[in-house]
Design a protein. Structure first.
Length: 275
């Protein structure tokens, strides 16, 4: 008579064979956790939001009441024209802060701690970009709030207005990968801020933010026509005021995709080399 001596079957191998690859989910989970860290940091340092709360107020008041009569003949008419442009400009300059903050964190050694954790290497950068969305929502709300106090009114429907706000926030999120890349390549936060302002300011002023593009010199209009800020402003202005947007929305989305496709891989590669 024979006996069968068996061992308790294990299922870990079978489960591992059929379980899905968890890496993409790990990236999302850790990126959201680090985005939460960024939000907590912003909540504890509200003075860091001055550029997205005070700047649009100052720009609207200064440009509307000093230049409105000369440019448009009416401060109200110029306010209607200017506010979408100020929103686009402020939301673009607000993206500079992420590069400054990342460069500061790297200098303090915070990213050395991230490297020692069992998280995907790209999670700190992705989380920082996702966490910055609160800044872009705040600048949108603050710009529209001060605009309404000054007399700005949305002439389109609520869905078009929401679409304009979402498009501006999406543009800023995608543009954020440019200052993230710059922060990986330069040594100091001041250098990040100086270089990014040198890039953003020509895009802001050589566009349709402050004046109609048709009033600009012919040699400048060639640049204005391909300027991503021009397409963003024209899109938001059309969605807010109910004027035709043409192909500007599609061009804006194309620029958003271009920023991500070009600068996100460059930023991640530079980050891996830096830390």
């Amino acid at each position: 008579m024979s006996t069968m001596v068996g061992t308790r079957p294990t299922t870990s191998g079978a489960l591992s064979a059929v379980a899905p690859n968890p890496r993409p989910f790990r990236l999302v989970r850790h990126s959201l956790a680090l985005a939460k860290r960024s939000l907590i940091k912003t909540w504890r340092t509200p003075e860091a939001l001055i550029d997205v709360t005070l700047q649009p107020v100052l720009f609207l008041i200064i440009f509307v009441y000093i230049f409105g009569g000369a440019v448009a003949g009416s401060t109200h008419d110029y306010l209607q024209f200017l506010l979408p442009g100020i929103l686009a400009q402020t939301i673009a300059t607000g993206a500079i802060a992420i590069g400054v903050n990342l460069n500061t964190d790297i200098a303090k050694g915070i990213f050395d701690r991230f490297r020692s954790l069992p998280i995907p290497r790209s999670a700190p950068l992705v989380g920082a970009v996702l966490g910055d969305v609160v800044r872009y929502v705040i600048v949108t709300i603050s710009t529209l709030a001060i605009g309404y106090l000054l007399g700005f009114r949305i002439d389109s429907g609520p869905l078009s207005a929401i679409a304009g706000c979402l498009l501006a926030v999406l543009f800023a999120l995608c543009l954020s990968w440019l200052p993230v890349y710059v922060s990986m390549k330069v040594r100091t936060p001041g250098a990040v801020q100086g270089l990014m302002f040198a890039l953003i300011m020509p895009l802001s002023f050589a566009s349709n933010v402050f004046v109609d593009a048709n009033t600009l010199p012919g040699w400048m209009q060639a640049f204005v026509d391909v300027n991503p800020m021009t397409h963003l402003v024209a899109s938001v202005r059309g969605l807010f005021l109910g004027t035709p947007v043409g192909s500007h929305v599609w061009w804006t989305l194309a620029w958003c995709a271009g920023f991500v496709v070009v600068f996100m891989p460059l930023a991640l590669r530079a980050y891996r080399k830096k830390v």
